[in-house]
Design a protein around this ligand. Structure first.
Ligand code: UDP
Length: 456
């Protein structure tokens, strides 16, 4: 990776700097009067039905992206595991990042002949209400753990442990919902707990209830150093990953990107600043609008806020309303409430963008940041959750802590396109090395070899 120069590094975040004159790039001319801007399409055209599903990729399809040697390495590592079997267990087959990742990873492990089977636990509404509350409490929300909640949790884990056979060499349990299945363990098999959530600040009661289950596993895996807890078992760091061949991340024809922008009323001749996120206060969409409005006083740009899920989440609907109010009738703020099947459109929006913002104030790993960096986009993001694992400030993107900082970085990067391009380039390399599906498969193969005692 190339280092930025000293003068590039001089673009420090200060609220003072935002009022000082900057070198202007031709594409970052001062904002024209609103009357001169093209009218925003009142109602963007959004695809109303899901597209046809696409078949999953094969390992060889990744050679063009990560190189032949990396794929050969995966096959070599898998050789030591031939005939071994793995069971992955989670709590949902669709929706959410874990299911998406398992959908992509399980076929690849099978392709290298590590026979991997994915099982989903069942449970009634009472169970999922309890596990949702646990999920939130483990990430810091207030919660009163009752005996009834403990009983419901244990009863459904018990029902699932009678329903599911555990004859595989390795069992991988994802997240807290099925954690008590460890009761079914026999000592000839290795059990791993893969935790996808941030446990740095859990409800003490819920954690004390769960920890004795977790400590019976052979190992635990976390998504970031900052998400872990002190445990009596070995811990491993597995970053989440994206699939570069998925609809969300694959290369797109420019004509398709243009079509999507036309349908959404986005003007590609002017800079585009985009945040893709559920309408959730933790993603601070209103803060993004404020930052955009500050920056636009100095540099011409449009803002795209693309999100989803607001229709079936009452809180999402309330946040979307706040966002629409904050945007007012500004023709340069384009708000898109997208259905869940718009992966290709999100890909196109990210690729059409000049800058990508993820101004979260609380975050998990932040896969939208990974997606943006993979597309080589200069990315500005809140320094929370797993985002600092991905954005090394002024090397692979810009980290911000406030609306003013975000506004400054929008203005700075739009007026320093060479530096912005370098950040985007470095960001893509960082993702290629650390956060792609192929790296994830490699980590799994290494861990399984360690657990099988075959790594010597
Ligand atoms: N996403 C999407 N549609 C939307 C908003 C987000 O498909 O309207 C995707 C986004 O591209 C990313 C994921 O949902 O792949 C969000 O993951 P992230 O870790 O950034 O945040 P989370 O929503 O899990 O908190």
């Amino acid at each position: 990776m190339m280092e930025p120069t000293q003068s590039q590094l001089a673009g420090e975040v200060t609220s003072q700097a935002i009022t000082s004159p900057e070198v202007q790039h031709p594409s970052a001319i001062p904002a024209p009067a609103p009357a001169a801007r093209p009218e925003r399409r009142k109602k963007p055209r959004i695809r109303q039905t899901p597209p046809e599903p696409v078949p999953p990729p094969h390992l060889d399809d990744y050679k063009g992206i990560v190189g032949e040697a990396s794929i050969d390495e995966l096959r070599f590592l898998a050789n030591g595991l031939k005939g071994k079997t793995v069971k992955m267990v989670n709590s949902t087959a669709v929706g959410g990042g874990v299911a998406e990742m398992l959908n992509q990873m399980v076929p690849l492990l099978n392709e290298v002949e590590v026979k991997t089977h994915w099982e989903v636990i069942t449970g009634g509404n009472d169970f999922f209400e309890v596990t949702k509350a646990f999920h939130n409490a483990l990430q810091g929300s207030d919660y009163q753990l009752t005996q009834q909640a403990r009983d419901i949790f244990l009863m459904h884990n018990q029902i699932n442990s009678q329903r599911i056979q555990f004859n595989e060499d390795f069992v991988v349990i994802h997240d807290p919902q099925p954690a008590a299945l460890i009761h079914s363990r026999d000592d000839s098999r290795r059990w791993v707990w893969r935790c996808h959530i941030d446990l740095s600040n859990p409800s003490r009661e819920v954690w004390e209830f769960l920890a004795p289950f977790i400590e019976r596993y052979d190992a635990a895996i976390f998504s970031s150093q900052s998400f872990t807890r002190q445990l009596a078992i070995p811990q491993y760091l597995f970053y989440p990953c994206i699939d570069p061949l998925s609809e969300k991340n694959k290369e797109l024809e420019d004509s398709f990107i243009q079509k999507v922008c036309d349908e959404f009323g986005i003007d590609r001749s002017r800079p585009i600043v985009t945040q893709v996120s559920r309408f959730d206060r933790a993603k601070d969409p209103v803060g993004v609008i404020e930052a955009f409005k500050q920056a636009r006083k100095y540099v011409d740009c449009q803002l795209v806020l693309a999100g989803g899920g607001a229709t079936d989440d009452p809180e999402g609907a309330a946040v979307l309303k706040e966002v629409l109010e904050a945007a007012g009738d500004d023709p340069d703020i384009i708000i898109l409430d997208l259905p869940p099947w718009c992966a290709l459109e999100i890909n196109a929006l990210q690729r059409a963008s000049t800058l990508i913002v993820q101004k979260s104030i609380r975050e998990g790993f932040g896969l939208t940041v990974t997606e943006a960096l993979w597309k080589g986009k200069p990315t500005i993001a809140g320094a929370v959750g797993g985002i600092p694992n991905q954005i090394i400030h002024k090397l692979t993107g810009a980290l911000v802590h406030s609306v003013d900082g975000c506004a400054y970085q929008i203005r700075y990067l739009l007026t320093h396109p060479d530096f912005a391009r370098q950040l985007g380039h470095n960001g893509r390399e960082h993702v290629k090395e650390n956060f792609l599906m192929t790296t994830n498969v490699r980590r799994w193969l290494l861990l399984l070899r360690i657990l099988a005692g075959q790594s010597k």
